[in-house]
Design a protein around this ligand. Structure first.
Ligand SMILES: *Cc1c(COP(=O)(O)O)cnc(C)c1O
Length: 363
């Protein structure tokens, strides 16, 4: 927590608006709409997963529809496809941003069309804070007229060609889960491009009550609204966002410096100046049969936690029966990659301990 979170929570208690209405929700949404600009309409929800589910509902994804989905991601990106009983078709990553490969995507689109069904949506992810190849993915989305859902759960504050992640999709989502760059404890937003979609989102996220004086329901709704306490935390957190991004990027500078002459380790970095990452996590790829398990153990012996990269969806027991397009680059990333400590609270002392281990491993 960074600053005024408790004051905003206290406001909610003073007003006795604890639940799914109140000024924190309104102000949090307003601030985020100003932040994203570009005709962005923000609906605050209970999680990023809920926001992805809402996006699929808004696009009328139904049983047996195809949804194209980046394989290299956290499972929350894909699960809402199954909530709708639709069929995920997984797409590999390219090597520059580790996100959805435009060539594999187009192959997947063609496969679906051959099956007689145009996919209902494309879900592209900006993983670890790195924007995907927005121009190339948007071009395919437009060429085949398939709406783009942008999963920028990890990419708040990241930019592509100076434009913020969260503004590229027909629908975009951000997560405020506890591990993300700012948090509301649990929460997320759906960003849409017009007020009608926002109103429809609100309707679906609050049990889809018809406009009657009694409780009348004609379609399935959800209990997905963010509450006024969580939104209070979000307001306080949002004020610290720029500082948090700076701290994450400072971590990246540290790793760049530490690893610049390391022949067995590649630090994952922006391919060129079009890509501005918040560097939510710093990740590395180990080369020359240098083992990720060994390095992970070495860190662990020094009481430092590292983690494996996301295991791709097409390699998960839950999803291995579904189609996958690409050459399994994301599987290779999973096999050889590691996430390094990247928190905003990393001290110089901690950095010193980390660089000692990394330098030790050069030899
Ligand atoms: C965290 C995350 C989500 C889900 O967000 P929650 O708020 O935890 O439900 C979705 N996609 C990605 C890539 C994530 O990292």
């Amino acid at each position: 927590m960074g600053g005024n979170e408790l004051d905003y929570i206290r406001n909610a208690f003073d007003a006795n608006w604890i639940s799914q209405y109140g000024s924190n929700i309104d102000e949090f949404e307003n601030s985020l709409e100003r932040y994203f600009g570009n005709n962005s309409y923000v609906t605050a929800l209970s999680s990023g997963t809920a926001a992805i589910h809402m996006a699929l509902r808004l696009l009328n994804v139904e049983k047996d529809d195809f949804v194209l989905c980046q394989s290299f991601t956290f499972v929350a990106t894909a699960n809402p496809i199954l909530y709708q009983k639709a069929i995920p078709v997984f797409v590999d990553s390219e090597s520059e941003t580790w996100n959805m490969c435009p060539d594999a995507l187009e192959e997947a689109v063609k496969y679906c069309v051959q099956q007689g069904k145009k996919p209902k949506a494309i879900i592209a992810v900006s993983l670890y804070g790195m924007p995907f190849k927005v121009d190339e993915i948007l071009q395919i989305s437009k060429k085949y007229d398939i709406p783009l859902i942008e999963d920028s759960a990890e990419a708040l504050g990241s930019r592509y060609k100076d434009q913020l992640c969260g503004t590229f999709g027909d629908l975009s989502i951000i997560s405020f889960n506890g591990n993300k760059i700012i948090t509301t404890s649990g929460g997320g937003i759906l960003i849409s491009r017009n007020i009608e979609v926002k109103n429809r989102t609100l309707f679906l996220a609050t049990q889809a009550k018809d406009n009657e004086v009694y409780y009348s329901h004609s379609e399935i709704g959800y209990n997905y609204r963010m509450d006024n306490i969580a939104a209070g935390i979000g307001r306080g957190q949002l004020e610290t966002l720029e500082e948090k991004i700076q701290l994450r990027r400072k971590n990246h500078d540290f790793y760049q410096e530490t690893l610049k002459n390391h022949e067995n380790i590649d630090l994952f970095s922006a391919p060129n100046s079009d890509f501005f990452s918040n560097y939510w996590l710093n990740t590395i790829i180990l080369k020359n049969d240098f083992s990720k398990e060994k390095l992970k153990d070495k860190f662990l012996q020094n009481n430092i936690e590292t983690r494996y990269l996301w295991k791709p969806m097409h390699l998960q027991p839950l999803y291995e029966q579904y189609k996958f397009f690409g050459n399994n680059l994301c599987g290779m990333l999973f096999d050889t990659g590691l996430c390094l400590p990247s928190g905003t609270n990393l001290t110089d002392e901690s950095r010193g301990r980390i660089s000692e281990i990394l330098e030790d491993e050069i030899h």
